[in-house]
Design a protein around this ligand. Structure first.
Ligand code: NAD
Length: 488
């Protein structure tokens, strides 16, 4: 049964939810709010204010002013503020992690780890901002030719609910490190984490207007912000359909964008590896964040000679996953983040069953309250099952035998997605083959790697374009000026 708290009262450890506009925390002018639900208990945690057009216009005006202030702030001063914000994220990781687990459901260790990683990315991007050099091109005496890199201007960013700290922080860090200001619409389903992040920037001394945080009705907010002449760049993480919509809208105003969209990551397990070790590595990655990760391994192509042993080890490791409230000790998988997701996963499993797939473990929602779903493994999944085409974004693993590596690769690459891919082999020639042929932006060979600040993340094909992290991470947020000058 769900219990509603009054609009002013919040769960202990769950912060008050506000918009952050022009350096001020505000409930917004419309008075409209939306409840935020704890997915582990279905209790209402608080109410998130929804911005209306007047709030958005104030955020845009603040971002326009904030950009002028920030771009004129010496780079060393900017980087000192951003590093201080990263320090505060680390100091407050336990507080941020608790709020994140309350509103998103992932285990506390994943939440606090995510806050720490957000700080690490901010440190990295900040230093990249200091290295955003242009170049001097040799010319004749009395003249100079320079290429200058500078922040593109105010950014509109939109982030989803699966990484409540990592998602927003990637946009904020890149924008601010590049010298831009930003209006961020973070997810209304996980607003507290974004509020706590914004406080780190505020407490680090970020000038008013440089970072503005809003929530609202997503389509209303994105239409309004992208159309505004103040906005020079659009950054989105989320699903492919919404990404296409926003990319088209940005394009219609001739604004560049970065799109970090969904995936349906293939795993190819070759016949030369230990199937037990490979299965264990896959299970850890599969059920992290209850499978709600755009890079989550989600189609397991296993050589037929290893198939049965791989399935056995995979199922045994899956059954060892401890599902529960992410705040509880020992829990390794929380609930699905919302009722919508659990329904979608249930539909995919029902459809696969109907098509003839066998559910070896799991395959059902767990008794409530909470949006829990059992970690699920399926075999004998026919090619026509929707699960093999549609991004599952949940704790379900179809295992598919193959005989010929070329054929497995063709199936792996057959979808319009191209975000992550995984391969397991000890043979150098096969590793080379996997690296060459996978059509994906993020490859892991012989392990299931996570994102790291020093290297870029991003997709091929409909998984989007642009990169976050690495030395490419600021590219979209910077623009280039050619300056030729007569010196006399
Ligand atoms: P969705 O497509 O409705 O929403 C995805 C995100 O986009 C949400 O945060 C939502 O608030 C935002 N959004 C939706 N319409 C928008 C609009 N017109 N303007 C601006 N923002 C908008 O899907 P969902 O049910 O929230 O999530 C399910 C699907 O989303 C998954 O299947 C997965 O493909 C995708 N997803 C991907 C990522 C990722 O990291 N790439 C993250 C979360 C969700």
């Amino acid at each position: 049964m769900s219990t509603a708290l009054s609009e002013t009262q919040t769960t202990i450890g769950y912060p008050q939810l506000r918009l952050y506009i022009d350096g001020e925390w505000t409930a917004g002018s419309s008075g409209r709010t939306e409840p935020v639900i704890n997915p582990a208990t279905e209790e209402v945690l608080g109410h998130v204010p929804l911005a209306d057009a007047a709030d958005l216009d104030r955020a845009l005006a603040a971002a326009a002013r904030g950009w002028r202030v920030w771009r004129d702030t010496p780079v060393l001063r900017r980087s000192a503020i951003l590093h201080r914000a990263a320090d505060l994220m680390r100091e407050r990781a336990a507080e941020i992690g608790r709020a994140m687990t309350l509103e998103q459901g992932k285990p506390l260790s994943e939440s606090t780890g995510e806050a720490q990683r957000a700080a690490a990315l901010l440190d990295w991007d900040t230093e990249e901002g200091r290295r955003a050099y242009g170049r001097i091109i040799p010319t004749g005496p009395g003249e100079s030719l320079r290429v200058v890199r500078e922040g593109i201007g105010p950014v509109a960013a939109f982030t989803p609910w699966n990484f409540p700290a990592g998602g927003p922080n990637r946009k904020i860090a890149a924008a601010l490190a590049a010298g831009c200001s930003i209006v961020l619409k973070a997810s209304e389903e996980v607003p507290a984490t974004a509020v706590l992040l914004a406080r780190c920037y505020e407490d680090a001394g970020l000038p008013a207007g440089v970072l503005n945080l809003v929530f609202g009705v997503p389509a209303e907010v994105s239409e309004h912000l992208i159309a505004s002449p103040t906005i020079r760049f659009v950054a989105f993480t989320g699903s492919v359909p919404v990404g296409k919509l926003l990319a088209a809208r940005a394009g219609s105003f001739m604004k560049p964008s970065i799109m970090e969209l969904g995936g349906h990551a293939p795993v190819i397990v070759c016949d030369d590896v230990d199937p037990v070790a490979a299965a264990r590595a896959c299970v850890r990655a599969k059920f992290a964040n209850a499978g709600q990760v755009c890079t989550s391994p989600s189609r397991f192509f296993v050589h037929e000679s290893l198939h049965d042993r791989f399935v056995e080890a995979f199922v045994s490791a899956t059954e060892a996953v401890t599902v529960g409230n992410g705040l509880d000790e020992g829990v390794t998988m929380g609930p699905m983040a919302n009722a919508r997701r659990r329904q979608a996963v249930d539909r995919l499993v029902a459809d696969a069953r109907e098509a003839g797939a066998q559910v070896v473990t799991g395959g059902h929602a767990l008794d409530g309250p909470g949006f829990f779903y059992a970690p699920t493994v399926l075999i004998d999944v026919p090619a026509e099952a929707a699960l093999l085409e549609e991004e599952p974004f949940g704790p379900i693993a179809p295992i598919l035998p193959y005989g010929d590596l070329d054929e497995a690769m063709d199936r792996a690459n057959s979808l319009p997605y191209g975000l992550a891919a995984y391969g397991f082999t000890h043979r150098a020639d096969r590793a080379e083959f996997l690296v060459d042929r996978f059509e994906a932006g993020i490859l892991s060979i012989n392990h299931a790697g996570g994102s790291v600040p020093v290297a870029p993340s991003g997709g091929f094909k409909e998984s989007g374009y642009g990169r976050e992290g690495g030395s490419e991470g600021l590219d979209g947020y910077l623009t280039t000026k050619r300056v030729s000058q007569k010196l006399t």
